[in-house]
Ligand binder design. Structure first.
Ligand SMILES: [Zn+2]
Length: 400
């Protein structure tokens, strides 16, 4: 009976959301713009994919939770900065007040809410109240222990992974498909064999943060638990998905996680103004499919997804992120026209023509002459990245 009640009450998925996510705002013209979360929320509602019963509010992360990852002096500095009480000199020691992460009012509270949103997602899934949970306000993967970086103040995913370890004793697989390297999360668990990180990103040769080399594999006990696949600029859908699917399938099989946490930056899209990859909306339909499948295969369904980068907030992010939620509720088959109601609500605010279909235009960009070379290079780097697994298999084989 109790078991029946539990299953009956378990939702397929919850959508963590509050308009207060908009308080995380650097300035009017800053590329990181949380309006995209609201645009996605609204698109899902107007597409009849999101009902009010599935929306849950985020809570604030406590100072104690934040200090599991962040230096207390840094948290203090963020608090002071948000009240206008931190000197310029001190701020720069903490990466605050820079061009990337300017100071804004109440920045501590706004940042702690994004972290709390991801913790809310964790509790829903680990307490069996939902199989999956989505916090598009999170995904701030560049936040460091004592320093803000790359638009990120607190690192919600790193705090959530610590929380999963301490409260639920869970082994976590973190998967980051943002076009930028998931450095903050990687370094936080670089020596920990109970957290496995996979980051697929544009090579750091010309792109922030510059790390994420294939040879960054972890350290000490954690050696072999950090995976990096830096792909070439101008990589297109097929090659991106080939790398993603092979890497994630093999790593999940090798690591056998209790839960999968995916960071869903959508800045590898051709339209994205900050990166140089050439994927289309199709990859964002496919990425959550495999995460979903593997969560059921290995983790009893436990899957948490967060947002991340994504700087074409009008043409790319709302459609791309909608697919994650649609996948979570087994309705990832949206095609054709974008609801008129959504277009009418937002077209005036948008500086560009909004997309009228879920699909991208077929002639979005000209053929890329180096396509074959790029695909081949990505294949080689993938082999290198997975070397610890194939090596381990060979050893086991020899023993067996
Ligand atoms: Zn990014």
């Amino acid at each position: 009976m109790a078991e029946f009640a539990r299953c009956y009450l378990m939702k397929k998925a919850v959508f963590v959301y509050s308009d207060d996510f908009q308080t995380y705002k650097f300035s009017e013209n800053h590329p990181f713009n949380q309006l995209r979360v609201k645009l996605t929320y609204d698109l899902l509602q107007k597409s009849n994919l999101l009902s009010f019963q599935d929306v849950v509010p985020p809570r604030m992360a406590t100072d104690e939770e934040l200090t599991s990852i962040h230096d207390p002096r840094y948290i203090e500095a963020v608090k002071l900065a948000g009240k206008g009480l931190l000197s310029k000199e001190k701020a720069s020691n903490y990466g605050l007040g820079t061009e990337d992460t300017p100071i804004f009012p109440n920045m501590h509270e706004a940042s702690a809410l994004l972290v709390g949103g991801t913790l809310t997602a964790v509790d829903y899934v680990m307490n069996g109240k939902a199989e999956h949970a989505l916090n598009l306000g999170g995904g701030l993967h560049h936040g460091f222990r004592g320093k803000a970086s790359g638009f990120c103040i607190y690192n919600d995913s790193a705090v959530a992974i610590k929380y999963l370890q301490e409260k639920y004793n869970a082994r976590v697989l973190y998967v980051d498909t943002d076009a930028h390297h998931g450095d903050g999360v990687q370094w936080a668990f670089y020596e920990d064999p109970d957290v496995c990180t996979l980051s697929i990103h544009e090579t750091g040769r010309y792109l922030f943060p510059g790390t994420g080399n294939v040879n960054e594999r972890g350290q000490g006990e954690g050696y072999g638990y950090s995976f990096n696949v830096p792909i070439d600029a101008f990589t297109e859908d097929e090659s991106f998905l080939e790398v993603y699917e092979q890497a994630l399938t093999e790593i999940a099989d090798f690591f056998k996680p209790d839960i999968i946490l995916t960071q869903n930056g959508v800045d590898a899209h051709y339209y994205d103004p900050l990166t140089h990859l050439s994927t289309t909306i199709n990859v964002y339909r496919e990425i959550p499919k495999l995460a979903h499948k593997l969560a059921h295969q290995h983790c009893n369904g436990r899957w948490i997804a967060v947002g991340g980068g994504g700087y074409d907030i009008w043409r790319v992010v709302p459609r791309a992120w909608s697919h994650i939620w649609a996948e979570m509720i087994d309705k990832n088959n949206v095609h054709g026209a974008i609801p008129n109601e959504w277009l009418e609500t937002w077209q005036d605010a948008s500086p560009v023509e909004l997309p009228v279909t879920w699909e991208d235009p077929t002639n979005m960009y000209k053929d890329i002459p180096r396509k074959q070379e790029i695909t081949e290079k990505n294949k080689q780097i993938l082999l290198k990245a997975l070397y610890p697994i194939s090596h381990l298999r060979k050893d086991n084989h020899n023993i067996g």
